[in-house]
Design a binder for this molecule. Sequence first.
Ligand SMILES: Cc1cc2nc3c(=O)[nH]c(=O)nc-3n(C[C@H](O)[C@H](O)[C@H](O)COP(=O)(O)O)c2cc1C
Length: 325
Amino acid sequence: MKDYFISFAPMEGITGRIFRKTFARHFKGVTDYYTPFITPKEKRGLDKKDLKELIPENNKGLSIVPQILTNSSEGFNLTAKKLIELGYEEININLGCPSGTVVNKGRGAGALKNLDSLCKLLDGIYNESVKNGLNVSVKTRIGYSEADEFGKILSIYKKFPLAKLIIHPRTRMEFYKGRVHKESFSLAVREYTEIGAVERLCFNGELNNVSDIKSLANEFSNLKHIMIGRGLLRNPFLIEDTQLSEDVNRRKRLRAYLDDLLSEYLEEFNGSSTAILKMKELWFYIKESFEDSEHFLKDIKKAKGVLEYRAAVNVLFSNCDIKQA
Ligand SMILES: Cc1cc2nc3c(=O)[nH]c(=O)nc-3n(C[C@H](O)[C@H](O)[C@H](O)COP(=O)(O)O)c2cc1C
């Protein structure tokens, strides 16, 4: 398998600092982590909660790219200034979030609806970032309603010095379902090859197993960068599976990862209910690492406290085989 630059996709509510540091302790292969979006706070840019997520002490040893969600270049620039002070060299803007409350304010994928406003937003951001020497990358969808909107969107992106263009080839209306439009990504590859900037492109979406990653490599031989979200939540060995042939002890390592994450959350939240809730969110994905887990998962979902949760996890581990690569 070719050596990709592999980013962990930002996932609000899941890939916060505790998740990132725990994941990195247990699994190899991720090059960098994009943070779940933060929104600019008036006057200060960042609030206490954002700072806790982003200060370098809380992200030691990891390469982190903070992500901002906004439709205001002033808001972006104010927040970016604070992030530069923290030492960040790349900041990402979210032009893909499909949630109703976000798009209704013209943010996330909502910014793709009005291309004049999109142009103004990027103009305001890149005028400032070029002065500050800041790398600003874009994470985008291919349109609001239809995939064929992407041509126009792409011609706007090409006007600005995007550090990277991360493409999730779906429209806003498709949310996270349905096939990804590889032909739209092809268009970007063609156009960015023409301007000699294909290395700035990153593919994101439905890379769920080794064969998805291999077919992408075959289809886009000059692609250097991929971003994976749910695939790594479901199978944290996914990247290792593309690289190693030896049999890693998946059961033992999965158990250690899940136990470690639980104790980190228990310590952070100073009580069990939030910690258990966080673990249940992860189980929605990681259940896919086990054979026939549905029945045993029910007790994990029902667990009320740490004791019930641990007991249910024990039962699942004793009864379910782990899926192999
Ligand atoms: C629960 C959840 C939260 C997400 N939060 C963010 C986010 O904060 N910022 C962002 O750019 N994308 C976010 N995404 C989108 C992912 O980063 C990614 O683009 C999407 O899941 C497709 O990639 P995948 O198929 O590898 O998961 C989120 C997706 C999910 C399912």
